[in-house]
Design a protein around this ligand. Structure first.
Ligand code: IMP
Length: 180
């Protein structure tokens, strides 16, 4: 990390706030998907903590797989281009796919992934995102399950990074930096 930059973090959602919201989301998702064949997709890297905490609270037994997509590349603004670095291995034809994301910002990542997975004929594709930043949306998408709405702020922690750092924080914080 550039030592010259001064970055400050202000707490936005504590560990406890996050766990309470995940409990509510897990109950709703369990009700909606019980009895169905479900593939739960973790979109790495940012979703890893949310995915793990959500999975543990579900009342049904989904298949689990991981994707890696990239759109930011070391900045605080979306490049608008989404790249699939690692695709799913699990067949999804006829199954219900639930994509788990850390945050939906422009919506470009989810729109791209949904279109891509849609080519494999799943029974449905939905998304669960811990955070939703609707003010930045560039495409018309529905975030089916969301934890918190946030304003146009850049956040880190609980899986989310800035230039690869801060993912390990157990809470969500607003990052400010000279020049951001
Ligand atoms: P979108 O394609 O613009 O919706 O962006 C989705 C991805 O951008 C998320 O999965 C995050 O990895 C990243 N992202 C968007 N906003 C933030 C933020 O405030 N902090 C950290 N990562 C973010």
């Amino acid at each position: 990390m550039d030592k010259e930059k001064s970055q400050t973090l202000s707490l936005l959602y504590s560990e406890r706030d996050i766990q309470i919201v995940i409990e509510v989301l897990a109950k709703q998702i369990s009700l909606d998907y019980e009895g169905k064949e479900v593939v739960l997709v973790c979109n790495l890297k940012g979703a890893f903590m949310f995915f793990s905490d959500l999975c543990k609270r579900l009342s049904f037994n989904p298949e689990i797989d991981f994707m890696i997509t990239s759109s930011y590349q070391g900045t605080t603004e979306s490049s608008g281009e989404v790249e699939i670095i690692k695709d799913l291995h699990t067949p999804i034809k006829g199954k219900h796919v639930l994509i788990v994301e850390d945050i939906v910002d422009t919506g470009l990542t989810y729109a791209f992934v949904k279109k891509h997975l849609g080519l494999h004929d799943p029974a449905s594709i939905k998304i669960a995102s811990l955070l939703d930043k609707p003010s930045q949306r560039l495409v018309d998408i529905t975030v089916d399950y969301k934890g918190f709405f946030i304003n146009n702020q850049f956040v880190v922690g609980y899986g989310m990074d800035y230039e690869g750092y801060y993912r390990n924080l157990p809470y969500v914080a607003i990052l400010s930096e000279k020049g951001i």
